[in-house]
Design a binder for this molecule. Sequence first.
Ligand SMILES: [Zn+2]
Length: 166
Amino acid sequence: MLAMKNLILILFVCTLQSCQSQNKSETSEKSSTMSTTVKKTDAEWKAQLSEVEYEVLRNKGTERAFTGKYYDHFEKGKYVCAACENDLFTSDTKFDSHCGWPSFDQAIKGAVIYKKDLSFGMVRTEVMCAKCEGHLGHVFDDGPKETTGQRFCTNSVSIKFVPATN
Ligand SMILES: [Zn+2]
């Protein structure tokens, strides 16, 4: 009788454990999805970013044309978000638009989000980092016709270049 009781107990503990481990994997899956968004307060962003980065990324400012470090930069690699390091653009989608800002004909899939921007009496499409919602620039439909026809006009201070390793 005692042996039977022990067996039941062992079974019960086993079931409980397998149940727990299942829960654990579910939780870790959930938290990895959650970590794809970066939410910080204004004060936290201010502390992390430089003054000009904060002005552009969080206040949707625009750097002056031909002043950023990437408008004339064509090395092989990728460009990540200056605020959260989310991969945004690859160098093979960058083209010389002569507009004074780094321009890409497409963003990495899922890396950016779009918002209608009616400021300054214009109808534009704002481009933001999908992970931290940092302001990157705007997308226009005057890009290279032979590829996408789009021009992701991006502020240099919103992005950070990471050279290709090979
Ligand atoms: Zn970001």
